[in-house]
Ligand binder design. Structure first.
Ligand SMILES: [Mn+2]
Length: 315
């Protein structure tokens, strides 16, 4: 586990090189469209068959302690040695917590060791340059660490790294993993070529904004309403049911909202995971670890809570 701690000692040059290395890995994977026997990558879209084991981690927000605890609990090196085991992060690595850079560099270091089965999805906090918001502290953290070179590192290296992150992961027959939530899709024509649409969101601002910013809400008299966040929308259960029906999946797994580690919405068809604790003392942190067998024998999506583990052993 100590290799994660080395992220605290990275110099400016080492940080720059690591970000550039991972950006290249992402761009290569997207170009080749192939990751492993069970996965493919195409632009913003990752697509897997159900893996032998799946670990999903929610928002970290600069919480290095929670990251380290989770990596210890899953014994990540042994876990990732087997390429059919997949580890996916749901985005929001930076801001709010004390160790945004260290969390990002640790994740990049894991990705460089296990490029084919560890994946970082993009959160709204990794898209500030596309959809600005007020709580973006990451750049000022970089200034504290690297002084006047911070802006160059951010503009020339970190923005291209953020842009290289995929935003969506679909696991066939199981679910969709995304940071925020479902976009408001009311025209069923969308689903005829949805995989293509999901792979090319660089040119579809609205779709990307909604995947990164939307939240589920419990209303049934309408499909959506404006979000209090100022970006994205609140989506209702009809949007969720429609998506799952048309994509032959059972569940949406997303982060984006602090909660007591996890919560369900939309008749247990939307699972929220939140994995940050230090910046959110009133909430709990958790992660999902589930095997292929367990996925295939899930009768009710609510049963997935048996495989959600508290980072602090609170449940
Ligand atoms: Mn978020």
């Amino acid at each position: 586990m100590d290799s994660l701690l080395t992220s605290f000692d990275y110099t400016f040059e080492e940080s720059r090189k690591l970000f550039e290395k991972i950006t290249l890995i992402h761009n290569d994977q997207n170009l080749q469209g192939f990751i492993s026997d069970i996965g493919m990558s195409s632009g913003d879209y990752l697509n897997f068959q159900i893996p032998d084991n799946l670990v999903v981690i929610g928002d970290l927000h600069g919480d290095f302690t929670s990251l380290k605890k989770i990596m210890n609990k899953i014994t990540y090196k042994e876990y990732l040695e087997t390429e059919s085991n997949i580890l996916i992060f749901l985005g929001d690595y930076v801001d709010r917590g004390k160790y945004s850079l260290e969390v990002l560099l640790s994740l990049c270091s894991i990705k460089s060791q296990f490029p084919n089965n560890m994946f970082m999805l993009r959160g709204n906090h990794e898209a500030y340059h596309r959809f600005p918001f007020s709580a973006f502290d990451f750049l000022s953290d970089l200034h504290k660490k690297f002084g006047s070179s911070a802006q160059t590192l951010y503009s020339n290296t970190i923005i291209p790294f953020f842009d290289s992150l995929s935003s969506i992961c679909e696991i066939n027959g199981f679910g969709l993993l995304v940071h925020g939530g479902l976009p408001i899709i009311e025209d069923v024509e969308f689903f005829k070529n949805y995989k293509f649409r999901l792979s090319d969101m660089k040119s579809d601002e609205e779709l990307l904004e909604e995947f990164l910013w939307n939240d589920p809400r419990e209303f049934t008299d309408r499909n959506w309403q404006a979000s209090n966040r100022g970006l994205g929308k609140y989506f209702g259960i009809n949007i969720t049911k429609n998506w799952l029906n048309h994509t032959n999946t059972k569940l949406i797994i997303r982060g984006h909202e602090p909660c007591m580690g996890y919560k369900f919405n939309h008749e247990n068809k939307v699972l929220t995971l939140f994995s940050s604790k230090d910046p959110y003392p009133k909430f709990e942190s958790a992660y999902l670890q589930i095997s292929k067998k367990q996925i295939e024998s899930l009768n009710l999506t609510a049963d997935i809570k048996k495989f959600v583990h508290g980072v602090e052993d609170v449940f």
